[in-house]
Design a protein around this ligand. Structure first.
Ligand SMILES: [Zn+2]
Ligand SMILES: [Zn+2]
Length: 489
């Protein structure tokens, strides 16, 4: 361990990792760069934004049977939010990174440089990248600015430092190409992890977080809309991007003062089956409806619309319910990606899912609190795959791809969860409704036509039979097309 006195305030600053080239003075926040036996002050480092993370410098744990300690942290902001990168020092002197994006954790270890990687500007989410016979898919490609830091770090970071990273997935494995320092990217390999499996010590407790920040992580907090004065509520540290249900202003409540990000003129009220603030109990766990958005299909002549409800539980985080003409579905975002052996099928947990639909979706209404920046007009491409236990969906935006698993839920069940027996009705339009409305009459006409025409056609020969066959095609093709289309959400 190397230590020196801060040239600015005189406090002792230590470098626990031999690979660290800079450290932030704990007392005066000077950024100190290690240079040939001394340290040079390159200016003050901004504080990290309080994000109520249980992690902090000094936390130790186990990864891959090795003991580690968190020794540094940088916070990175992009247009839709921010995340933390914790610099990890292992007991054997090697280093790695633990990224923490609103409670989603990924551990990665450095694995050298990649000479033949595609240029950063050419990378797009969904692109394939093959390395050592493993096929990877780009999940996330973005630039982000460093907005704060603390502890020690392996490269000099100051205000305005820009990270350029592309993340790739293969099942639960994770690969990052980091172009921040050069066009020849640094390679990192690792996997998505749950905090529990790292057996961490010295995590911040709920009380310690509240002591530092004045509020508990995940607590419902109310504020007045800075635009219209209406009442808004959000989840401290976890869902701070708000869309005012009264005036539609977009409000950022992640910092001490709520800031209006955008205003929208048109105000309509949307009556939804579940409302903001509704409480439900699903398998013994309490969930609250904190956000809702209505989406519409954008491609083809389709006019499908559906409502997505964002549910929140302080311990478990987020969940989704979707209400469409097909009925209700419960959605879980996947941390482990399916394998993609072909364009038309994917595999997950030994099950095969075949491609069903591919369509665009646009947000046409949103209100409440979200864990990312939602805006009216946000567009994504969705590809649905049907499998034995529901549907897998890939949601593709300009910067990232997310995978989720949807399981159908009877409307009756949703009504019981949220105590809304009278309001949650059966879906307005569904496969069974189509069966009754069109297929029934179609069969009656078919029987009548056969009864009346077959005896006649015996006299008119083959031509008569051909006319009957065409007549039946005219009858059945529209019926079956309607049935097929109504299968979409
Ligand atoms: Zn100092
Ligand atoms: Zn408002």
């Amino acid at each position: 361990m190397y230590s020196a006195n801060c040239p600015s305030c005189g406090a002792q600053v230590s470098f626990r990792s031999a690979a660290s080239v800079m450290a932030v003075c704990e007392y005066c926040r000077s950024t100190l760069v290690k240079e040939a036996g001394s340290v040079r002050d390159i200016g003050k480092m901004a504080e990290c934004l309080e994000d109520y993370s249980p992690l902090r410098i000094g936390v130790s744990g186990n990864y891959d049977k090795r003991r580690f300690t968190l020794v540094g942290r940088i916070q990175l902001r992009y247009d839709a939010g921010f995340w933390n990168e914790w610099y990890v020092l292992f007991d054997d002197g090697s280093a790695g990174w633990l990224s923490d994006a609103s409670g989603q954790y990924v551990f990665t270890l450095p694995a050298g440089r990649v000479e033949n990687a595609p240029p950063f500007g050419q990378l797009r989410p969904g692109m394939r990248y093959t390395r050592d016979n493993v096929v990877w898919h780009a999940s996330d490609v973005r630039s982000a600015a460093c907005t704060g830091g603390s502890g020690e770090l392996p490269f000099p970071v100051g205000a305005g430092w820009e990270a350029k990273v592309a993340d790739f997935r293969s099942g639960e494995r994770f690969l990052t190409l980091d172009y921040s320092d050069s066009a020849v990217p640094d390679l990192y390999l690792g996997q998505a992890v749950e905090l529990d499996q790292l057996q961490c010590q010295l995590l911040r407790s709920d009380d310690e977080i509240a002591e530092g920040a004045g509020r508990y992580r995940g607590k419902t907090q109310a504020l007045e809309c800075p635009n219209c004065g209406g009442s808004l509520s959000y989840q401290v540290g976890q869902a701070c991007h708000l869309l005012c249900p009264s005036c539609h202003a977009e409000v950022d409540a992640s910092e001490d003062r709520a800031v209006v990000l955008a205003k929208h003129d048109e105000v309509e009220t949307l009556n939804t089956t579940l409302a903001l603030g509704d409480n439900g109990k699903i398998s013994g766990t309490a969930w609250k409806v904190i956000g809702l958005m209505k989406c519409r299909e954008t491609d083809s002549g389709e006019t499908s619309e559906w409502v997505e409800y964002l549910l929140f539980n302080a311990r478990l985080g987020f969940g989704w319910l979707v209400e469409s003409s097909e009925g209700w579905e419960r959605i879980a975002v996947l941390n482990r990606w399916p394998e993609v052996p072909s364009e038309s099928a994917v595999r997950l947990g030994g099950k095969t899912y075949t491609q069903l639909y591919r369509y665009g979706s646009e947000v046409i209404y949103a209100a409440g609190a979200f864990n990312w920046r939602v805006s009216l007009g946000d567009r994504v491409m969705i590809t649905d795959f049907r499998g034995p236990d529901g549907k897998l969906s890939a949601e593709h935006s300009a910067n990232e791809i997310t995978w989720s698993h949807a399981q159908p839920v009877p409307a009756q069940q949703v009504a019981e969860w949220f105590g809304k027996k009278s309001k949650v009705a059966a879906p307005a339009r569904s496969d069974t409704a189509t069966d009754y409305s069109l297929k029934g009459p179609a069969w009656v006409f078919t029987l009548l036509m056969l009864l009346l025409n077959v005896p006649l056609s015996l006299f008119s020969g083959v031509a008569g039979l051909i006319i009957i066959v065409f007549a039946l095609l005219f009858l059945w093709v529209p019926v079956l097309v309607v049935k097929h289309l109504s299968g979409k959400r």
